[in-house]
Design a protein. Structure first.
Length: 373
């Protein structure tokens, strides 16, 4: 995090660029912390959306503990920033063992996730049994992307293999209800949330019946944590990530109440007028916004709801009226800055090197974004 010498106007930024409304980010974080507390579990925010130390500090309520990551680069980035207690929530492969050992030595708590015996074997075969590596077993709660089948007897054998190895510590179960993104209504989301909870808690009971303690049961995606089931009994942690920024996908799913809950924007300038084709050209293409969400206009333009992005090239995009009516080109002079609430904030954030923090209409800080894998 690097404090700026003096406040700047957004007009001072080269476009395209990424901005974050800090008050919205703080409100989103506080709301989810309160929800987790009400449901009786800890909040372990996922870092993959925001990828900045500033946002991670807000997400953890200033504690700098309990985060989830999708890359080892994120784990090292957080460790260098003074964070601890980190879950690496992607199935482990042998090429990452050295980094896992290093992080396990340097952090008070670092966890890896496995869902196959071939991922456990390299950990068991380490020449030096220290440090002890904390291992979570991933559970498939219906997403069918990763995780063990909770109804397959082989899944208990995987847990037993982790418990039996002195150089490993079985730390619990982890699941992600990512299929909630395919839901058509809030009630559908809540049904996924119930299944996410029930399938994982039921498997935890099977593990306990087999004689093994289950220190932690973790569930969550932003849709299922924003519209959770009536209770999370048997769950210790929830780990949403996108909730910190939200986006127009989450708005469509009912995870947030309005586009004003979307904390992040990609700013872009109008660089061309083309009356013959009824198009405004902007200097943000898929390299600034990502190529996701074409069927939904790549997001929204909150301050100009009459406008919609119709296509993105690599470095430029084309905008016209949402209803197909003629553009009033004088209303959008060349050089006009437009703010785009992205279709998918995780993907849009990944396109940028830093996030500029807006407070009171001014840019008061810039947060470097973690890059790499």
């Amino acid at each position: 995090m690097s404090a700026l010498q003096q406040p700047r106007s957004m007009s001072a930024l080269r476009t395209p660029n990424l901005i974050c409304y800090e008050d919205v980010l703080k409100a989103n974080a506080a709301r989810m912390r309160s929800r987790a507390e009400r449901l009786g579990c800890a909040l372990r925010p996922h870092f993959k959306t925001v990828k900045t130390l500033g946002a991670a500090t807000i997400a953890t309520g200033g504690t700098k503990r309990k985060l989830t990551v999708s890359t080892l680069a994120e784990a090292f980035f957080l460790e260098a920033g003074g964070f601890d207690d980190i879950v690496y929530a992607v199935p482990l492969t042998p090429d990452k063992i050295d980094d896992v050992e290093e992080l396990s030595s340097r952090l008070e708590a670092f966890y890896v996730m496995v869902d196959h015996m071939d991922q456990v074997a390299p950990l068991v075969k380490r020449g030096d049994p220290s440090p002890v590596v904390k291992v979570l077993v991933g559970v498939d709660c219906g997403y069918h992307r990763d995780g063990v089948d909770p109804d397959d007897p082989e899944s208990l054998k995987l847990v037993a293999a982790v418990v039996a190895c002195e150089s490993l510590e079985f730390a619990g179960l982890y699941t992600h209800g990512g299929h909630s993104y395919d839901c058509a209504s809030v009630e559908d989301v809540r049904a996924v949330a119930r299944a996410e909870r029930d399938n994982t808690v039921a498997f935890a009971e099977k593990v306990r019946e087999a004689g093994f303690a289950v220190p932690c049961v973790g569930v969550g995606s932003t849709p299922t944590c924003s519209n959770p089931p009536e209770h999370l009994d048997g769950v210790d942690e929830m780990h949403p990530g996108n909730f910190l920024y939200y986006d127009t996908t989450q708005l469509r799913l009912g995870s947030c109440a309005s586009v004003d809950d979307v904390a992040v924007r990609v700013i872009t300038r109008v660089v061309g007028h083309y009356k013959r084709s009824n198009i405004l050209l902007i200097d943000a293409g898929w390299t600034g916004l990502s190529a996701q969400g074409k069927e939904r206009g790549y997001g929204a333009i909150p301050k100009h709801p009459e406008l919609a992005i119709v296509t993105l090239k690599q470095e430029c995009g084309e905008i016209t009226t949402r209803d197909g009516s003629p553009l009033d080109f004088e209303a959008y002079p060349i050089g006009t800055i437009l703010e785009v609430a992205p279709h998918h904030s995780c993907a849009a954030t990944h396109q940028h090197a830093e996030c500029h923090v807006v407070r009171g209409g001014l840019i008061l800080d810039s947060w470097p974004i973690c890059k790499g894998w």
